[in-house]
Design a protein around this ligand. Sequence first.
Ligand code: SAM
Ligand code: SF4
Length: 331
Amino acid sequence: MSNAVLLDGQGRQIDYLRLSVTDRCDFRCVYCMAEDMTFLPRDQVLSLEEIHRVARLFVGLGVRKIRLTGGEPLVRKGIVDLCERIAALPDLDELVMTSNGSQLTRLARPLAQAGVKRLNISLDSLNTLKFRTITRTGDLGQVLAGIEAAREAGFERIKLNSVIMKGRNDDEVNALVDFAIARNIDISFIEEMPLGHVGRSRGEAFFSSDQVRAQIAQRHALIDSEESSGGPARYVRLEQHPRTRIGFISPHSHNFCSTCNRVRLTAEGRLLLCLGHENSVDLRELLRRHPEDDAPLLDAILAGLHRKPERHEFSSEGEVQVVRFMNASGG
Ligand code: SAM
Ligand code: SF4
């Protein structure tokens, strides 16, 4: 077992890498993408081999958890094989994934068998029409069937992710909580982040985690919890339903940067040091220039981490500060 520890320039331990395996997606969620998206040409996206190489290098440096995300990771051909190879890296504790659920009836079991331990599935509405409006192309029935398939596939844990927006789905908070309770799964509520121009002002739809929590508290006795899943979510437990945890991811109302433990790799191989800043390191160029020699890549990663910003600078007024879309950021 390697005991390498990776520290950034602020002395924070970086043990978590989020890898975007594609910027493509079968949905066009209103908070994530514009309706009419142009995706990266294929040769600009890292190959599966290149993604595996980056994963291996980061694990060697001290990363213990990797999340595969996107875009929609399950629309990438060869994803199950990639999972199997990353899960087999010695010293990696956990391979996990975030998915929109649309392909899970087909892929949940192969993913669990490949070594994906936990799955986050996005679900913003239980109403067929609203679900379609928010995702623009998504089919609620297909995602619900995917969630059932995931429950049967043997993951250690499943969590739902819901982005709550004023006037769109803020009336569904308790229905989503009930859905999670009935299935003994967790749910996190996410404040919308201002990434990319999506054709409307973000401030209009801002709905804070405190407002979400107040709605839940009208129906359930909540117990604050100190537990962490290694991410920015703060958790509460429900007194009457101990098997469901509720998380709040609140980039606006609760700054979590001081305990940040992660970096992201975009589908085109840019190492993003902070979701709220543009500075990044182009690893693709180095991967391709040095196919046999890891030293230049390791040097670039370490130099980049030294420059990881202290904090993001999102504001809830909804001004776009980062022009990248979420699907290009490794969500
Ligand atoms: N396609 C997968 C999915 O939807 O779960 C994985 C990628 S998606 C970018 C990862 C997560 O980011 C999803 O839970 C999605 O709801 C969330 N997300 C996307 N854009 C966001 C934004 N602007 N603000 C907050 N969360 C966002
Ligand atoms: Fe696709 Fe996920 Fe973005 Fe929705 S949030 S458009 S499912 S990448």
